[in-house]
Design a protein around this ligand. Structure first.
Ligand SMILES: Cc1cc2nc3c(=O)[nH]c(=O)nc-3n(C[C@H](O)[C@H](O)[C@H](O)COP(=O)(O)OP(=O)(O)OC[C@H]3O[C@@H](n4cnc5c(N)ncnc54)[C@H](O)[C@@H]3O)c2cc1C
Length: 566
């Protein structure tokens, strides 16, 4: 179930996709762990990695829509992008990040009507250039409605002045997609800026890492019509639509990071003897590792299934708008829990400088906080809750595995971002019905039924819905439902055995309990709602033989199964 770089198993309809993954693994394994660690500690800019990406045409293949591709292997295909994100995450956030911000930077370009800019971007991808996404500003953070990057009319178009903050790759990218406003008309605008232009001031790297996360300023930077990607409301939609597409990759980054940490942690614990016993024989260590494994497999199942909905997206099927922030908010937070559990097992080893683990522990917390915090994304999910829970649409097509070699062209043609409350979903109960015989799946179903009852009988009032703290309490409970639904949909596609599914659901039942207690504790929660929250609590079913099976067949075999080349 876990990515093992020595045995890549994903099947692709073409040879090139598998070659991209193998070449990427080979790059890291040939350099070896010592070099990976040394570069991380010395915060070395990864020009060798970017050279490899350019030489092998990896971003050109993965991130150019076929219409603009120089060769037949170019397409934007979420199925293969997702495995690439997992692989680079496996070797560290430092390598996942330049990929991610390149994808983000390309978003407003591929969504634009500016054909020359698109052709230029395609040519730059072929030359091995990376891209950057200049949305955030120091003063405005998550408030993307505000921008102090202002375009003022000039002889040849405009001049842009202002600053951007937290912008990855903005030290080298030749096309930095930059968000601002045309001062004269108060219109939003997305335009491209060249980091090598003399009116582009690279002020500093705001982070202490291999990544360059820039603060840059434009000082009366000349902008012509040829540089404009979007103008008016379309510019704002392009910003949000780009984030919709790319935040999905954050989940895969977390899956990759946790997978590598898991290999190290299990191998360490299974070979350490204390007080005459192997560390993995301590009952709490078994529990921690089994939970971490169950959480990690759940993360992977959700991310894998999410790809099918990203790829099936259309104007009539916008289910991806729920699954993308879900991937982002839940999977990345689960990643933090996995790392914490593994750290409790390996203790001091987790800070040793030669381990992969210490880097993952240092970096895993970034993912839940990028591209909207967990609170923002869970808040977003709540918009879908009424239709998702109470108004299933039987007309929506059943989606199978989407691994065909085609472009996900709708992702660059999503249209306006509004109307989230109108998005419809298929019936979440169907996959639950298919696994009703598993005791913990049945228990979670009971818990969700009480949540639905609470929402209809003790419906949060307008004031509560505006209270982000309260809404987050409800949102955490709700997010568990599509998360569980995607796990159950993916389980048969990935061939997961019943013991493991039930173990995963035992964890979900426990999580649901803790979210219910949290909701009951909130000041804004009414007595009636708190009563429902208490009624949601269930004791997960413990089955010794299931627990032993997961331990013996899934967790223990991780011992020694993979080690990065020295
Ligand atoms: C290493 C790194 C790399 C980055 N790379 C890029 C990049 O390449 N390009 C780019 O454009 N940006 C980038 N960012 C910016 C990142 O996306 C922002 O950090 C993020 O959007 C949140 O802004 P903030 O961190 O300033 O938080 P703030 O805006 O200061 O948020 C503070 C608090 O307010 C809450 N909050 C804000 N708005 C809402 C809301 N509507 N509902 C509920 N809660 C809310 C947040 O949850 C948070 O708790 C990067 C950031 C980092 C740290």
């Amino acid at each position: 179930m876990l990515l093992n770089p020595n045995q890549l198993t994903r099947k692709y309809p073409d040879a090139r996709s598998g070659e991209i993954m193998a070449a990427t693994v080979d790059f890291f394994e040939s350099r070896g762990k010592a070099r990976l660690k040394a570069d991380d500690h010395a915060r070395v800019w990864y020009s060798d990695f970017l050279d490899h990406i350019g030489r092998e045409r990896i971003f050109a293949s993965l991130l150019t829509p076929s219409e603009y591709g120089a060769s037949a292997d170019c397409r934007w295909d979420t199925y293969r992008i997702s495995e690439f994100a997992e692989i680079v995450g496996f070797y560290g956030l430092n390598y996942w990040y330049p990929f991610q911000v390149t994808a983000l930077g390309l978003g407003p370009i591929w969504m634009s009507d500016n054909e020359d800019a698109k052709r230029k971007a395609a040519a730059q991808l072929e030359q091995g250039e990376v891209f950057a996404f200049g949305l955030s500003e120091q003063a405005h953070g998550a408030d993307v409605y505000q921008t102090d990057m202002i375009l003022t009319p000039s002889e040849h178009g405009w001049t842009a002045s202002g600053e951007k903050y937290y912008i990855g790759n903005a030290n080298v990218a030749r096309m930095v997609s930059t968000f601002g406003k045309i001062g004269e008309t108060d219109e939003y605008v997305f335009f491209v800026a060249d980091s090598q232009h003399d009116r582009y001031e690279l002020k500093k790297n705001v982070v202490n890492s291999q990544n360059y996360v820039a603060n840059y300023g434009l000082r009366e930077y000349p902008v012509t019509q040829a540089d404009i990607l979007h103008r008016g409301p379309g510019a704002f939609h392009a910003a949000l639509n780009t984030v919709n597409v790319c935040k999905y990759n954050l989940g895969w980054g977390a899956v990759g990071m946790c997978t590598h940490a898991m290999y190290e942690a299990v191998t360490h614990a299974a070979n350490r003897h204390l007080y005459g016993t192997v560390v993995t024989d301590f009952s709490h260590v078994r529990r921690l590792l089994t939970d971490a494994y169950a959480r990690l497999i759940a993360m992977k199942l959700v991310a894998t299934r999410g790809s099918d909905y990203m790829r099936s997206a259309s104007a009539d099927d916008r289910r991806y708008l729920l699954y993308s922030p879900l991937t982002k908010a839940k999977i990345t937070s689960e990643g933090e829990r996995v790392i914490t559990a593994l750290w409790d097992v390996i203790a001091a080893k987790g800070v040793e400088k030669d381990t992969i683990f210490e880097a993952m522990a240092r970096e895993i917390g970034l993912l839940p906080r990028l591209e909207g915090t967990v609170h923002i994304n869970i808040g977003l999910l709540a918009k879908f809750m009424p239709n998702y829970l109470f108004a299933p649409d039987g007309e929506l097509p059943l989606i199978g595995r989407r691994d065909e070699a085609v472009d996900d062209s709708f992702l660059f043609n999503q249209g306006p971002t509004g109307g989230l409350g109108k998005v419809r979903f298929h019936d979440w109960r169907a996959p639950f019905d298919g696994f009703a015989q598993l005791p913990n799946v049945a228990l979670l179903r009971e818990q969700i039924d009480v949540l639905a009852e609470m929402l209809t009988s003790a419906t949060p009032d307008a004031l509560q819905q505006k209270d982000i703290d309260f809404a987050f309490g409800v949102g955490q409970l709700f997010a568990t439902v599509p998360y569980a639904q995607l796990i159950l949909e993916e389980a048969p596609l990935s061939g997961v055995d019943d013991a493991l599914i039930d173990e995963i659901f035992a964890v979900l039942v426990r999580d649901f309990n803790s979210y219910a207690v949290e909701l009951a504790d909130k000041r804004a929660t009414t007595d009636a709602q708190a009563g429902f929250a208490m009624r949601m609590i269930r004791r997960p079913v413990f089955d010794q033989s299931r627990y032993d099976q997961v331990w013996k067949e899934h967790v223990l075999p991780i011992n020694g199964a993979y080690q990065m080349r020295p």
